[in-house]
Write a protein that binds this ligand. Structure first.
Ligand SMILES: Nc1ncnc2c1ncn2[C@@H]1O[C@H](COP(=O)(O)OP(=O)(O)O)[C@@H](O)[C@H]1O
Ligand SMILES: [Mg+2]
Length: 240
């Protein structure tokens, strides 16, 4: 069983790397032999660059997965405010959100909500979830809702979109490596690798948190939980 998984994995990686690689090669050859005229080179160089970026992204994701799974990656724990981190990650998506004319509804407490976790890794989790939400939301009237709620010493963060949703038969598999639901294949900007959610799951598992996906034709909500932490001792409010 393990051996089969390993073979599938190698086959998947090779396949996923081969398609961008062959398109890069095809475009470069066509530019070299003049099939693509010089005045169109700029456009094709952009495409080639996009493909190389996608490939490096994928190799980085694979390295992350390999490191986490081998147990080599120790969490770098610190106490931080998850609402602050959510805000910081959101800012990095500002351009894409504006380009898509989408709305953001951040329902975060003004109060800081502390967790003890690996800040970079949780940032990556937020990044991957928000990236999907923006990717799959409609071109017009897209809405991204992010909430953080504290209940019984746990912090629940949810990332919600009003996209087409994930079909019932796919939802059990979306955390699998390389899994892309059928709709995603034909999606315009949907040329992902199917690794984002596997990393999300590995990271949340490593934190002993929980993650779940709920979806309908009105959209999708991903909710993960982490243990709430006490505020770091040093940051006591100054006397008024
Ligand atoms: N917010 C979402 N709305 C609809 N489908 C989603 C959403 N998030 C994830 N999916 C589905 O789960 C699949 C796996 O997601 P992910 O692991 O991030 O891979 P990728 O984004 O590279 O396709 C996606 O291809 C898509 O089919
Ligand atoms: Mg993704």
């Amino acid at each position: 069983e393990l051996e089969k998984m390993r073979r599938d994995f190698v086959a998947n990686v090779s396949h996923e790397l081969r398609s961008p690689l062959s398109s890069i090669r095809g475009f470069l050859e066509a530019m070299e032999d003049g099939t693509i005229p010089t005045d169109e080179h700029e456009k094709y160089i952009e495409i080639v660059l996009d493909e190389t970026r996608r490939m490096s992204g994928m190799v980085n994701d694979l390295l992350d997965i390999a490191r986490i799974e081998s147990g080599q990656y120790k969490l770098n724990l610190s106490v931080f405010d998850i609402n602050d981190l959510i805000g910081r990650v959101l800012i990095t998506f500002e351009a894409r959100i504006t380009a898509k004319h989408a709305d953001v509804d951040a329902q975060l407490d003004y109060e800081p909500v502390f967790v003890e976790a690996d800040r970079d890794r949780i940032g990556q989790v937020l990044h991957n979830l928000i990236d999907n939400a923006i990717k799959f939301m409609p071109e017009n009237y897209g809405l991204l809702t992010i909430k953080s709620v504290v209940s019984k010493h746990k912090v629940y963060v949810s990332v919600c979109d009003n996209g087409p949703g994930i079909p019932k038969e796919d939802i059990a598999h979306i955390f699998d490596r390389f899994y892309k639901a059928e709709k995603a294949h034909t999606y315009k900007n949907g040329s992902g690798t199917g690794l984002g959610l596997s990393i999300v799951k590995l990271v949340i598992d490593q934190h002993h948190g929980e993650i779940k996906a709920e979806s309908s034709e009105n959209g999708t909500v991903f909710t993960f939980s982490l243990k709430q932490a006490l505020p770091p001792p040093r940051r006591q409010p100054a006397a008024e």
